[in-house]
Design a protein around this ligand. Structure first.
Ligand SMILES: CC(C)(COP(=O)(O)OP(=O)(O)OC[C@H]1O[C@@H](n2cnc3c(N)ncnc32)[C@H](O)[C@@H]1OP(=O)(O)O)[C@@H](O)C(=O)NCCC(=O)NCCS
Length: 146
């Protein structure tokens, strides 16, 4: 059975970053390392990794505090062969549970245009258009009350 947790071992972290890179950076020819963020190592950042029984990473995402009682979700990625099977939902619900435990009251995120329906299904609403990543990927600011 698949399990979801914070990455623990070096192998977990390798799998975590590899999936981030493969899904969110490689298709736009971004350099390796571009999948990492300075605050990944902050003690206040929560990481989620859903692993298949064979150790393959199926889904990842992270949460950090971004304001008074507000958290931001970033770097949500599901393995192409595992998309549409509830993996993204499990990752996001794990991060939302962590946000509630931390006393946060709302979650915001910048969704890629093609991911907006996924977040709407999970209770998020579009606030406004935001940035365009790599010159081609429009994003929308979305939020949800916890
Ligand atoms: C967007 C993404 C994270 C969603 O994860 P996923 O595992 O494919 O989604 P799930 O299977 O958990 O979907 C949860 C629900 O949202 C719905 N949903 C997902 N994508 C959808 C879409 N494009 N349109 C409509 N509904 C969608 C599912 O049907 C499901 O509904 P249900 O609970 O009624 O069955 C994943 O597809 C992905 O990594 N995409 C590429 C990278 C990306 O865009 N990341 C987000 C960056 S902001």
């Amino acid at each position: 059975m698949a399990s979801i947790n914070t990455p623990q071992t070096p192998a977990d972290w390798d799998a975590y970053y590899r999936l981030r890179y493969t899904v969110l950076r490689q298709p736009w020819d971004q350099p390796e390392g571009s999948e990492r963020a300075d605050d990944d190592a902050a003690p206040t950042t929560t990481h989620a990794l859903l692993l298949a029984p064979d150790g393959q990473a199926l889904g990842v995402g992270r949460l950090h505090p971004s304001g008074a009682r507000q958290g931001q979700v970033r770097f949500m990625a599901v393995h192409p062969q595992a998309q549409g099977q509830g993996v993204g939902r499990q990752v996001l619900e794990y991060l939302e549970a962590a946000a509630r435990q931390q006393g946060l009251r709302e979650v915001v995120l910048h969704a890629r245009e093609q991911a907006v329906p996924f977040y709407e299904r999970l209770g998020y609403a579009v606030v406004a258009p935001s940035h365009t990543l790599f010159g081609t990927v429009p994003h929308f600011l979305m939020r949800k009350d916890l």
